[in-house]
Design a protein around this ligand. Sequence first.
Ligand code: SF4
Length: 467
Amino acid sequence: MASSLLDKVWNAHTVRTLPSGQTQLLIGLHLVHEVTSPQAFQALRELKLPVRMPERTFATLDHIIPTTAQQRPFADEVAEEMTVHLTRNAQQSGVPFFGLDSGRQGIVHVIGPELGLSQPGMTIACGDSHTATHGAVGAIAFGIGTSQVRDVLATQCLAMAKPKLRQVRVEGALPRGVYAKDVILAIIHTLGVNGGVGFAYEYAGSVIERMTMEERLTLCNMSIEGGARFGYVNPDQTTFDYLRGRPYAPQSAAFDRAVTWWKSMASDPDARYDDVKRLDGGAIQPMVTWGINPGQSLGVTERIPPAESVSEPERPTHREALAHMGFEAGQPIAGAKIDVVFIGSCTNSRLSDLRVAAQVARGRKVAKSVRAIVVPGSQRVAKDAEAEGLHEIFREAGFEWRNAGCSMCLGMNDDKLRGREMSASTSNRNFIGRQGSPTGRTLLMSPAMAAAAALAGAVTDVREMLR
Ligand code: SF4
């Protein structure tokens, strides 16, 4: 019978069906960071249990570490304490650890694919909501809570209910100045932030097939913002070319054998879906969020809609968003004043993201009123970007060039909004308080749009600045 990738990966990792009806699912790769793991390791110690499969568990630092000075001990005592705990926990349990002196440290969802740890046909779990990112390589990848981190450390398994499967097809060709970030924001806007509840998303169609692996990572990253438990792209030649030669990918003949297996895990052409949705890629324009969830977005040439334009149950959130953001219905989003620009996060901090932003920034200056930072997703991204001179382009334009980490995606370190500052951010969440200030305001957009906003000091259509 024809099967989807979800069916095949799920079946291949099923240990048994539990009395609850859930599946006991083997986890092929467990990624760990400093913030959601200390209590989980502590629970294992109390239970006198070892990490069940340290060879399938990898740890790094990303959420709370500073992206400016990284001398130890860190000025932030909590960051220092979490770093000490993770270093010790990894050492004691035999878990490979990508610390600051490893050359491989970075945001957990950037380094997984970058190192070739994330591979097609895998189940991947991590104590962070945006684990769906790894679905870009053709894996079933999902975020878990701290108690589940404990469960996976102890058993390498999770109890999971299999979601329904929706195929999201984006056809046609993207216009110039429209990127993967715009595609996923358009998908979330169209299907709603709760539209994917109970589903996994399989992204398909000619736009997705033409995307690079880094673009697919951006796309899958925000599946959770559309309510889907995870999202994936079927593995293809783009996937195999990306993985070839990466440190943890199979090497030589083993790689060719792996490709044969990876190909077999892709959805069959006549696989059945619970639902199919279609978007016209040619109709997508550079997107900007105007509200307090990632579905409250619009094209950069559009005006902020009135509450009456959405369904009755959505109107209170719509009105709350207008009040929090200080926007009026009917106001064009272009021209909204920006105080801070953040280019980074597991959504948009890879080399191709930085290249696009640098292309916009080259030879231009950040507006005097704007504080702008560029935070590479990993030490490897930083090194590659520096080898190309991107850091110099950013610095000459007036951006700060930082060390790898989550930074202002969630404001756990010193990279925070202050007061009611408005940020143009390439991250994935615009919830109230997300960037460290309870009154701060976040506008999500692509790296090209964020760079343009930094230069103009306001939301602006990057298509007018592309060279
Ligand atoms: S960049 Fe943001 S979403 Fe991504 S792993 Fe870090 S905190 Fe989570």
